[in-house]
Design a protein around this ligand. Structure first.
Ligand SMILES: [Zn+2]
Length: 388
């Protein structure tokens, strides 16, 4: 994208106004100026642009505020989440047994979602199928609202700057130009990121306020991944390869890992490992973590015991990451603890950390659909004048 001189100051001011409204809205222009430290004139100028671009909307005047005053300093502004004119972002999470489509508003609220199971994972087959079904989903649910574009999230090594999936072992993908392929088929702006970083973006935008100062996100799924964010930015590292914690040694674990060592986090605690162990112990007929969580919820003590064992392994790994990064918040995406507080408590106890420092994602079971759309929304809140 070409930039002209002087653009960056306006971008930064517009972003400051938009993020202040995200955090504190509805809020009047005078309040925005006080909170973000810009002059009232600068706030007014940026607000005018953001209103014209459809990202903000004016709420009705508060009682007694009067109307027609210059700059209308007391009229509350909010993100435009209006049911007719409010812009929406599409999300695509590409998983191994299934992918999920979502549509979210500027506050990260899910307006629609749909799951698409798939068997053929080859990009030449899967990408056209995803694009076609996603196109139909958007036609059905966007309802004429402005569509900002698509955020796509998936596991593995993903390079956001050119939208390439460098490597995703479970999908069998190498160097797949995901953003370019989807943009070409859907005629939309598309951004792509690793799902652990995507969740970190979603937490910093829509989760607990302290997550914006610093957070670590630990993702436990078929793969395990981590992401580190500070001052609203998620670390990518050289080649965007940061966050691989698959072979982080879990203290006290002796599970053999394909890498030749024992006790690696992925071998000890991934959904794949947990599902296999649940089958081995005769708890569930197939290696499925949702089935195992169901079995525990309906009173099978063996299922509960196995989930608590995993929660403790996750907690011990979390303790290592807490020691290294000392984040304000640690978000753990793990199915049983997202659905049932008792397993989150087990993780906290194993990590031996103070109350409330380890949390589940704010979106709960909708964590991945929201995170995928956040891949698109994060740059919008960073440079709002560049996405319109
Ligand atoms: Zn290993």
């Amino acid at each position: 994208m070409t930039r002209i001189a002087g653009d960056s100051r306006a971008d930064a001011n517009a972003a400051a106004v938009l993020r202040t409204v995200l955090t504190h809205g509805p809020v009047a222009r005078s309040g925005i100026a006080r909170i973000c430290g810009l002059s009232p004139a600068a706030v007014s100028r940026q607000a005018t642009g953001l209103l014209a671009g459809g990202l903000l909307r004016e709420l009705p005047d508060p009682p007694g505020a009067g109307t027609g005053t210059a700059g209308r300093p007391l009229v509350p502004l909010d993100l435009n989440t209006g049911a007719v004119s409010g812009p929406v972002a599409a999300g695509l999470h590409i998983g191994v047994p299934a992918s999920t489509f979502s549509l979210v508003d500027l506050r990260g609220a899910i307006l629609a979602r749909r799951r698409l199971p798939h068997a053929d994972l080859h990009p030449d087959t899967l990408l056209p199928a995803l694009a076609s079904r996603l196109g139909a989903f958007l036609a059905e649910f966007a309802n004429g609202r402005p569509l900002l574009g698509l955020g796509a999230a998936l596991g593995g090594w993903v390079r956001p700057h050119d939208g390439v999936v460098v490597r995703h072992a479970a999908l069998g993908w190498h160097d797949v130009p995901l953003a370019a392929e989807l943009a070409d088929r859907l005629r939309l702006a598309v951004r792509v990121d690793n799902h652990a970083r995507a969740v970190a973006h979603a937490e910093m935008l829509f989760g607990r306020p302290e997550a914006r100062s610093s957070l670590v996100h630990l993702f436990i799924g078929n793969v395990v991944d981590a992401a580190f964010g500070i001052e609203g930015t998620v670390h990518q590292g050289p080649g965007a390869a940061a966050g691989d914690v698959a072979h982080l040694p879990v203290p006290g674990s002796r599970t053999p890992c394909p890498c030749g060592r024992t006790g690696c986090l992925q071998a000890a605690a991934s959904d794949t490992a947990l599902g296999a162990e649940a089958v081995r112990r005769g708890i569930v007929p197939e290696p499925s973590v949702p089935l195992l969580v169901d079995a525990a919820a309906t009173g099978d003590p063996r299922a509960d015991r196995l989930l608590r064992e995993r929660a403790r392994a996750v907690g011990r790994a979390a303790a290592l990451l807490l020691d290294v990064f000392n984040p304000a918040v640690m978000v753990v995406s793990e199915l049983s603890s997202v659905l049932h507080e008792g397993y989150l408590e087990e993780i906290r106890q194993a990590a031996a950390t103070q109350e409330g420092r380890i949390v589940s994602p704010h979106a709960g079971p909708a964590v991945l659909p929201v995170a995928a759309a956040a891949v698109l929304l994060d740059p919008l809140f960073r440079a709002p004048t560049h996405l319109n």
